[in-house]
Design a protein around this ligand. Structure first.
Ligand code: GLC
Length: 417
């Protein structure tokens, strides 16, 4: 019997193909399509309106796909495999680029942009647009994980913001009011967010997962410590609800925004949304760079989104026109205020209007500079899929981390064989 995922993908593909067959919505205009998650804050709608007002001959169609990056990657993949130019524009997570480029699904953007112009962007984001020295994308939004806390609650209780992971556990335990308000929420669903949380802890414990050449070694003391740390949040310290194993970024954010968590691990977009006039936690939130173990310095995860042009596109010039517009300083500023997206243009971290609304940007900038990308590997999706299954099982069951990592390692070896 076909899986739900398969049925869902087929349905979406059929919808896309029928919308392709209908052609452009504006007579005489060509339609360029791309997909992202649901349009939080109406940021895309505003940006597309502005673009179309200045380009009567180009119609941009945003497909609001599933919130999960993995689910959207599969849909793009199906679209490429169909051989139809369903998406002219490819709006990609940093982790998809290697596979899409390796498969020949993206055009090189070297003819469109000078190396000098790329220097205006954060270097890690530009590196995340390249595969084997070829440029395949332009960075639109950057990302790195941060820690949010309820400033009001900590201040009332006389706690300073925690300086390390152990302190976080102590403060969370002491301030949580169960079952209504939990100490710490993070992304524990079987999805990419969980892998990001794991990588940070792994790096924080001094470990790594290297996919380039040689043996894949996952079952290390550092990885065991990282996974045990995640399990303990739920099973030992009980500062994270068992339901956290179903949380993606948005469920985590809703929980925190409803006042139901003291600390939250998430991406920086949640800051602007917490400050909106209807937010119950407006003015009550603090934000910190990701916490480390007291004795180790380690990088946070680099996430982020970029635009490429499909190799199947028959309108690369028009697609480039949109990419140029969308990645401009003006568009990135619009995005920042509408949905909290982190710019990729370095100058915006000194923009007075942005700093007024997001004073933590001065601290975020160095964090972005030292953030590490997950492995840029053509088989990253499969690797992450294996990690997600095993890590998630371990979180739910509390199973021995060494046993789980040993099984995951064996599967990784055959995946990458
Ligand atoms: C954010 C990051 C992206 C990451 C995803 C995980 O969107 O920008 O890089 O893969 O979260 O859910």
């Amino acid at each position: 019997m076909p899986s739900m995922k398969f049925l869902f993908r087929s349905l979406l593909l059929a919808l896309l193909l029928s919308s392709c067959a209908r052609g452009p919505a504006n007579t005489g205009a060509i339609t360029l399509r791309f997909m992202d998650a649901p349009d939080i804050g109406g940021a895309w709608a505003q940006l597309i309106d502005r673009f179309e007002a200045a380009h009567a001959d180009i119609h941009i169609e945003l497909i609001e796909g599933p919130a999960s990056t993995n689910a959207r990657e599969e849909i793009y993949t199906e679209a490429f495999l169909s051989g139809e130019p369903i998406f002219d524009l490819v709006y990609m997570d940093i982790i998809w680029l290697a596979q899409f480029a390796h498969s020949g699904w993206l055009r090189s953007l070297i003819p469109y942009i000078e190396e000098d112009a790329l220097e205006e962007f954060l270097p890690g984001d530009v590196a995340g647009c390249k595969y084997q020295d070829e440029l395949y994308a332009v960075p639109m939004r950057s990302d790195t994980s941060v820690l949010y806390y309820r400033k009001d609650l900590l201040e009332e209780a006389g706690f300073p913001p925690p300086a390390g992971l152990h302190e976080l556990v102590t403060v969370a335990k002491s301030l949580q009011v169960l079952p209504f308000q939990w100490g710490y929420v993070f992304q524990g669903a079987q999805d990419e967010g969980l892998v990001c949380n794991f990588f940070e802890l792994l790096w924080g414990m001094g470990g790594d997962l290297n996919l380039d050449g040689g043996e894949i070694v996952l079952n290390t003391p550092e990885a065991v410590e990282a996974l045990r740390w995640q399990q303990n949040l739920i099973h030992l310290h009980k500062i994270s609800p068992p339901g956290v194993t179903k949380y993606h970024e948005e469920e985590t954010r809703h929980m925190f925004h409803e006042g139901r968590a003291v600390f939250m691990h998430n991406w920086p977009y949640a800051w602007i949304l917490a400050q909106k006039p209807d937010s119950p936690v407006r003015g009550k939130v603090g934000i910190l760079p990701l916490l480390q173990r007291a004795d180790k310095e380690s990088p946070p995860v680099l996430g982020g989104w970029r635009f490429g042009i499909s190799a199947l596109s028959e309108h690369p010039e028009e697609a480039w026109e949109f990419i140029r517009f969308a990645t401009s300083a003006e568009s990135q500023k619009l995005f920042h205020f509408a949905n909290g997206a982190i710019p990729t243009r370095r100058a915006l971290f000194e923009d007075p209007e942005i700093l007024l609304e997001s004073p933590h940007y001065s601290a975020l900038y160095p964090a972005l500079l030292k953030a590490h990308a997950r492995p840029m590997h053509p088989k990253y999706a499969q690797v992450s899929g294996v990690l997600q299954r095993h890590l998630h099982r371990a979180l739910v069951s509390g199973e021995d981390p060494q046993k789980v990592l040993k099984a995951a390692e064996a599967e990784l070896l055959s995946t990458l064989d």
